[in-house]
Design a binder for this molecule. Structure first.
Ligand code: TRP
Length: 356
């Protein structure tokens, strides 16, 4: 999205993000990041370039990183939970392979931190049903499912997400533009809690959104990348699986390869993918391929993806073979998150006069 077409809220968010990046460079130790994913299957390269790479960058800059495996959020829109153990460990393997350092980061799961979930109750009293209903994601879900079919957890999930952030007293939430309203609800809840129960001294820090400036990578069909659409290349795919997925990608019949996202979205998206993998400007990659047509483009993309991810994939395969280790990392993270969330809950109970 270009800044000129962005809404005032997004423009303000981008300005704030620039300030925050400068502060991070100056004093990374002042920041605690919370971010997370739903464990609904393996991460794909869109996640990698969109968010995971940024987390690794922040961690290397010296920011404290907490990563939430949002297992309770998966039951907002699905009922089957039998695959969760494999999905949770798979996500853990993706994180570690991508460079999230288990010795420095705290990786934990919703369901294992009761104190975090208990915060949802007082938080629900701080926002109105109408306010939650105005959240764009909730609104979309409501339109898709109809309010009769939507369950209460889906309706209240922005509040649950506020509990994720505030339980850990995180002050920085790296998100895409679409998640900005969620961070806003967290800020409102923090502010109202402080006003109502801790007027003398601010208890909850108001978390800031750190907006991603990564270019949006689409799926191999030029549409939103999603595992469920079969248009995503998983981080864990083999070189052959990658080649097959790229071979099926949508292109056009023009021989000259160019980077023109508006006019040629599918071809440009493939060029962008190769460019991200090679860490080069997309225009340069397109010039390199020149008049080679779709076949040359696909060969370049396949090679770029396989080269970029070869080491990560090898490391991921090793990690996936050691579920005991992955469980240990998760247990350690759960324990750390539990300490943070329990301390927050104790303070909340004290401030709300509910400790007897
Ligand atoms: N909603 C996020 C997703 O769909 C996951 C998530 C849960 C999250 N809680 C969070 C992200 C708190 C940032 C902060 O992937």
């Amino acid at each position: 999205m270009s800044t000129s077409t962005a809404t005032p809220a997004v423009r303000a968010g981008l300005r704030r993000t620039a300030e925050l990046e400068a502060e991070i460079a100056r004093d990374p130790g002042a920041f605690r990041v919370l971010t997370g994913d739903r464990p609904t299957g393996p991460l794909h390269i869109g996640h990698y370039f969109g968010t995971v790479q940024n987390r690794v960058r922040l961690q290397r800059a010296g920011v404290e990183l907490l990563v939430l495996i949002a297992d309770y959020q998966t039951i907002t829109d699905r009922t089957a939970t039998a695959s969760l153990p494999a999905d949770v460990l798979g996500l853990m393997a993706d994180y570690l392979a991508a460079g999230i350092d288990p010795d420095r980061a705290t990786i934990f799961a919703h369901s294992q931190v009761p104190a975090l979930n208990q915060l949802v109750l007082p938080f629900l009293s701080l926002v109105s049903v109408a306010e939650i209903g105005r959240n764009p994601t909730v609104k979309e879900e409501m339109a898709a499912a109809g309010s009769a079919a939507m369950n209460g957890l889906m309706f209240t999930y922005p509040v649950h997400q506020a509990a994720d952030i505030l339980a850990c007293r995180a002050n920085l939430v790296p998100v895409g533009i679409d998640q900005l309203p969620h961070v806003e609800i967290s800020r409102v809840i923090a502010r109202r809690f402080n006003e109502r129960y801790s007027p003398a001294e601010e208890f909850f820090p108001e978390p800031d959104a750190l907006l991603s400036t990564a270019p949006l990578l689409l799926g191999t069909d030029g549409k939103k990348m999603a595992k469920s659409r079969g248009n995503a290349v998983p981080l864990s795919a083999t070189a052959d699986q990658t080649a097959r997925l790229i071979a099926r990608a949508t292109t056009d019949s023009e021989r000259l390869i160019t980077f023109e996202p508006d006019r040629r979205p599918e071809v440009s998206n493939l060029v962008l993918l190769a460019a991200l993998c090679r860490d080069e400007p997309p225009e340069e990659v397109a010039d390199d391929i020149g008049p080679g047509g779709a076949a040359a483009l696909k060969a370049v993309v396949t090679e770029a993806v396989n080269e970029k991810f070869a080491a990560m994939r090898a490391r991921r395969a090793e990690l996936a073979n050691d579920p005991g280790y992955l469980r240990t990392v998760l247990a350690t993270g759960n324990q750390r998150a539990m300490v943070l969330a329990s301390t927050t809950l104790e303070n909340v109970q004290r401030l709300m006069h509910t400790s007897y």
